[in-house]
Design a protein around this ligand. Structure first.
Ligand code: FES
Length: 594
């Protein structure tokens, strides 16, 4: 029988919290073990009583009463930053979480961690995802807390927090800032960032004027929140909900809706409940829930980046995401959600249409129903038939947006360990193609030559970018959406086959092969491709091949040298430790097996 979520939260709020602290009995406490709250993880001076005494003394300098310090502690990961527009509502979200924690009998302790905003970081936010994960894991582990609420939103923050929670294994609830609202503007609606890309492509093609593109700049992102389409942030919020780390129905609430604050309050209350009935991330994020999340990713037509992030999260709990198995899932999972960049709607439409509860209900026969979520209830028990679904945005399995999933993996002589293509955002007439490669050695070469009049390129060529993977100083940017050479764009060419070892924004579209593995800088065949080589792409056969004789490739390989490593710092750590895309680009030392 299903326990309604409201009852779970009501139980959480009404149950007074009792606690036995380190060596001290607090009245009314019964069977809760010691070493909770501030008594956890005391510093080691060789005198534990003194360490706790010192900690409490300093905590009292912040004005807490003894009664407050005796409460169980909920750590709240605060990723607010003046650099992070997507986290603009962080202060009020944190206040709401604190309200929920206090109301349920806990002591809320917000603390800052690295905040990653997609457009604010050089070379890329991806370059720092593992740093955020490392920071968050360390603080979850080192500071005294009994449970945590992880507040994130922008693309890399939620994956980083889930990776950290998986490794620290502290009972945790994920909360997201939520998507921005689309803006009505001159007869259409606009939102970051599919519309940014659409208009920029038109500007490059000369069909949008300088004045108009300037005008649009202030209309593309007008409210707080994450990008308003099914980009990486939205996909990751839905995946976190599918994994069970966000309560059902909470991942897609718009950032500026009052329900977003109520979800924050509930997250705080739920985190207190997790102290009394601990459910650890490793019990929630399992092989079954990861497979469910993959199904959801495919049914959403979600971001290709999410595949890397889910692989990294799963790797933290020892679950392997197999790219070959992905194809079997993709062939049996329809795209049901009709949102940009693959469809028409925005995140607010998806939420109002029924959101994840409606989508999961549609997918239920394809899902494992045993995984529990942060409320401790299995998916099968949580799913109920929705009373309303707007079929413009969430289709039935009998009338899908596409009968097969949004992403496929490709293998072959150019991608021995795989590559991916978001077929739901691609041009079907380009799916089977053998053509000449036009190669760019890196981002600088791309920027220097793509629009040059001397570039030898036609619409039937394949654009290839190499040396932009996770091992390079470029930091695996979202540059896989190579611009159509302006000469061709002005002639009306809207799509070409493009391929690289980097990523693509979840808000982008086109026939774009990504994450070619091993990357060029790791010695993959991609690093040997030269302009004029023939490449064959077959989505039907799931293949990607470089049609160059083996002897010629051997000759090229004999003169290939790996790039020099940075001398120090985070960049050096990345160069020494980062794994390839098929392993989630995590640091080797941070995975479950280390
Ligand atoms: Fe933060 Fe798009 S820039 S979600």
């Amino acid at each position: 029988m299903i326990t309604p979520k409201s009852q779970v939260f009501a139980a959480c709020r009404s149950r007074p919290f009792t606690l036995r602290t380190f060596g001290t009995s607090i009245s009314g406490m019964t069977n809760i073990p010691a070493k909770r709250g501030l008594a956890r993880n005391t510093a080691n001076y060789g005198d534990k009583d003194f360490a706790l005494y010192l900690r409490r003394s300093f905590a009292k300098s912040m004005g807490y009463s003894q009664a407050m310090l005796d409460r169980p502690v909920v750590g709240i990961v605060d990723t607010g930053s003046a650099y992070n527009n997507c986290h603009r509502t962080m202060p009020e979200l944190i206040e709401a979480v604190k309200r929920g924690v206090l109301g349920a009998g806990g002591l809320p302790m917000p603390f800052p961690t690295v905040s990653l905003c997609e457009p604010s970081l050089f070379p890329t936010s991806m370059h720092y995802r593992n740093l955020a994960a490392l920071d968050t894991e360390a603080m979850l582990t080192a500071q005294p807390m009994d449970s945590a609420v992880l507040v994130g939103g922008c693309d890399k923050t939620v994956p980083a927090q889930l990776m950290a929670a998986a490794s620290a294994d502290v009972p945790s609830v994920q909360l997201v800032t939520g998507p921005m609202l689309a803006t009505p503007f001159q007869g259409e609606r606009l939102s970051a960032c599919t519309d940014c890309r659409r208009y920029w492509a038109q500007y490059r093609a000369g069909t949008v004027t300088e004045e108009r593109i300037g005008q649009l700049e202030g209309r593309l992102a007008t409210t707080a929140g994450t990008c308003g389409v099914m980009g990486t942030a939205s996909t990751m919020a839905c995946i976190a909900e599918a994994l069970g780390m966000i309560p059902l129905g909470h991942g897609t609430i718009p950032a500026v809706h009052a329900d977003r604050l109520r979800a924050a309050e509930e997250a705080g209350a739920l985190a207190v409940r997790l102290i009394e009935n601990p459910i650890r991330p490793s019990q929630i994020m399992t092989a079954h829930s990861v497979e469910n999340a993959l199904r959801v990713l495919l049914a959403l037509g979600g971001s290709t980046n999410a595949l890397i992030h889910l692989t990294a999260i799963a790797g933290r709990v020892g679950v392997k995401v197999d790219l070959r198995a992905l194809n079997a899932l993709s062939d049996s999972t329809p795209v049901l959600v009709d949102l940009k960049p693959t469809g028409d709607g925005y995140m607010e439409d998806f939420h109002a249409a029924g959101g994840m509860p409606a989508l999961l209900w549609e997918l239920r026969e394809l899902l494992h129903l045993d995984p529990i979520d942060v409320t401790g209830i299995s998916l099968g028990e949580r799913l109920v038939e929705p009373s309303f679904v707007d079929r413009r945005y969430i289709r039935t399995r009998s009338e899908p947006v596409s009968p097969v999933g949004g992403i496929v993996s490709l293998f072959g002589s150019l991608a021995p360990r795989g590559a991916i293509l978001k077929r739901s955002a691609a041009t079907e007439s380009l799916f089977e193609k053998e053509a000449r490669a036009v190669v760019f050695d890196g981002l600088e070469d791309l920027a220097n030559r793509i629009d040059g009049p001397e570039l030898d390129v036609t619409k039937d060529d394949i654009l290839v970018l190499k040396n932009a993977g996770s091992l390079t100083p470029a930091g695996m940017p979202e540059a896989g959406y190579l611009p159509i050479p302006s000469r061709l764009a002005r002639a009306g060419v809207k799509d070409m086959v493009r391929m690289s070892d980097c990523r693509m924004s979840g808000t982008a579209f086109g026939t774009i092969v990504l994450h070619i593995t091993p990357e060029a800088a790791a010695g993959g065949p991609l690093g040997l491709v030269e302009s004029g080589d023939r490449i064959r792409l077959s989505v039907k056969d799931r293949s990607l091949d470089l049609l160059v004789p083996a002897e010629e490739l051997a000759r090229r390989r004999s003169s290939w040298t790996p790039p020099a490593k940075p001398k120090r710092g985070w960049d050096r750590l990345i160069a020494d430790q980062v794994l390839q895309a098929d392993e989630g680009c995590d640091l080797a030392v941070l995975r479950a097996e280390g």
